[in-house]
Ligand binder design. Sequence first.
Ligand SMILES: Nc1ncnc2c1ncn2[C@@H]1O[C@H](COP(=O)(O)OP(=O)(O)OP(=O)(O)O)[C@@H](O)[C@H]1O
Ligand SMILES: [Mg+2]
Length: 322
Amino acid sequence: MSRAPSSNGSYDLITLGLVAVDVLIRLPQTIEHDGKQFVEDLVIQGGAPVGSAVSAVGRLGFRCATVAKLGDNTISDIAREQFRRSKVDLGLIVNDPSAQPAIALVQIDPKTAARTVFIQMDHYGYVRPDEVPAHEISKARVLLVDSYDLDATEAALRAAARGPCRAVLDFESGDPDRMKELLAFSDDAILPLATAETLSGEGEPAEVLRVLSGITSARLLVTDGANGSWALDDGQILHQPALPVEAIDTTGCGDAYHAGYVVGLLLGVGLRRRMEIGAWLASIVATRVGGRQALPWRGELEALIRDDLSDGLIQLVKEHRL
Ligand SMILES: Nc1ncnc2c1ncn2[C@@H]1O[C@H](COP(=O)(O)OP(=O)(O)OP(=O)(O)O)[C@@H](O)[C@H]1O
Ligand SMILES: [Mg+2]
């Protein structure tokens, strides 16, 4: 059962962004071309940045919903079912019979974990700005958006600004000028280093953060895979190392990082702890193929506690029975 809004009618987290169904395969060590091979790691699951992030937060027991346009077709059914399974409420889904999510075919190199992605977006269901549920968003505690449809994203950010809702961004690609404009509407912008470099014209995380702080008062963070993440805090640069794991597939690490950060916001903890929760969830996701297979459920994190976590985070997990 998905979780409907709380008694005061609001969600902990609403997300808006790309919806995709991923078909992932970790290629075998040797490929028999023009042949048939049995493989171990071949999965179909929901994907896309905010889709996986909202699933992560839903599994950890928070009231979540996602805004998306889905239709009357098999791929939409898979996307819906995947959200439902992660306890994401479907109440904000816009129905349009012909709309379909993106389909992503992801090939993972077994030696390097490098990913090759093919995406098909015919019949994609873009959410129009007037279909964005402004009232629900303004009442929610957190909004998480991406940059795949900046008109809908802008409508959602404007709605968040009308209420207490904290707006978090995950911008991967899109028109740079428009992305810069929208940075100013957000409260927390967590950007992969490549996007942050494009927007700032700088190459080093510290410089990138300083330049971007000139165009937004948002809390700024950048992530850079196994090199970890950085944040600007009162003029100081904080670094959160990635937590070492034997990485099988890093698809969805960024999404899980955002989810962990949002969980930290919902639990009311400070920036350092939010970064640590993000890095921890991301490291868990890296241990299995795809962005959702390894996402923990509420009650499962305690068994995943590791020696290099801070005492504060261990206490938080125990206190909230995460
Ligand atoms: N190989 C890894 N091992 C452990 N942690 C990782 C690894 N790769 C990424 N992470 C964690 O995930 C965080 C986000 O990763 P990354 O910068 O790759 O995000 P991204 O580019 O948005 O990824 P995606 O959108 O594909 O999920 C990193 O800051 C780090 O904490
Ligand atoms: Mg990402």
